[in-house]
Design a protein around this ligand. Sequence first.
Ligand SMILES: [Zn+2]
Length: 508
Amino acid sequence: MSRSNKVNQVILIILDDVRAEHLFNLMKEGRLPNIAKIAEDGIKCFNCVTSYPAITFPCYGNIVTGAYSGYFPKEGSGIPMYHWVNRMDPPSTSKKFPFIRNYGDRKYVLKVNKDIGKNVKTIFEQPPEGNMLSSTCFLYRGAYFVLAENFFDVEPIFKNISDVFQNPGNYYANKEVPLITVGYVPHTDEIMHKKGFDHQDYINLIIECDKYLGFLMNTLKKTGYYDSTAIGIISDHGNFKAKKLFDLEPFFQKKGLKPYVPEKGIGDFDCNFGSVGFFNFPGDTWHHHPSIQQMQKFKPNGVGKHELNLIDTLWEIPGVKYMYYREDNNKPEKGIIHIEYREKSSEKRMNGMIEYQGFGKEQKTRFTFDGDDFYKYSEIEKSARILDNKFHTIDEWLEATNQINFPMIVDQIPRYFKNPRSCDIIVSTLGDYYFNYEHGKTVGDSPYSHDNGLRESMIVPFIIGGSLEIPSKELSYCKTTDMVPTLLDLLGIKPNTSVIGKSILDAN
Ligand SMILES: [Zn+2]
């Protein structure tokens, strides 16, 4: 091949739900010797910013594509969230009502391959040629997909990759080893939700991943590929422990709000709510998003002629601090997202606004607010400077806000709301309250999650090493969508135009 490449193969390992702080601390303690070996002479960043909301989808899909949610009929990924209502722009004319997608249901998780749409490409679809391997990476479009047979065991995820490198002829007609491999470990997330980031079982599982990664590195050495392979390690989001749990079912019952039933097209709202709540309401029909006025004068079905102001109603949910919703008649290329904020329930609500213009890499956003700087960007000099009433790109927001809570959120909120599958109102308690509420039911009692915009959820590890061709450097910040273009750059391949991240090989 006539490429100006530094390496001949890349292997990306995505460990679900690992904070940068936790992974690097375990490395410092000498408990992850293999990951430490990869980081030692390679690229590392302790401060990599993931997508908002910090939930597996969009975050993990955005890593694999190097892109974000957006107006997917034209640009960006079709997946705004882990749960969404399938509304279209323009609204569908079909008699069927929009379905609810929930990737928590294992039957539907592989639908992500179609749901992301054609305007973004997975890392496997971006090179002009070469063998591609997905080891339990559910977003595998363009790759040979091997699923770990025993789903409760992380070893096969690494072992399957070893096997393909030892016997490529069993998988590919040209008998060549894969150019690009992605291995995805969902188990770390499952244990984190059940037991917590501070539980020994969670820590042991990360240590186990390191051990099996070591076995894979040995296979690469024995087969002679190690020196020409780049190994990337990243996570989709961090985590937190909520302060209070609360059952929301009675709240909605009291308000007369009935959950949406897509099969029948009835119901007043759809919602999933950890510490960040995503609320969908019908407009003219369930195919239409409501206008602000329709949400302010909402008539729940089942409670006579009684009118409900949904914005005020959602503020009655305990612990709510932030609210986001669209201005009417927003366009994909230009629009306004309203922000409301309150520190305590006794305090008056304050207002802010994000204006956006442009698509994809060209998207620029401006943040303005009345009264208090509720993201507290003015607390440090670097982020204070971006409160200049001007429009800024994603990389300008990243540069300015990577040291503080709510990193990059001003860029991320419009990318979410541009998607016709996004909800109508987001509310956030920042992890103060946690509801475990999904589509009409309270489904659990774990206080551990990762959806908020604080650093604990938003900052993940970013490591690339292995081959000595990889420059040794420590980055002061980067973003998760930089992983794919950087790995492609190491292979001498130009990323697809849909990629929003950029190669950090030349970054300081
Ligand atoms: Zn996740």
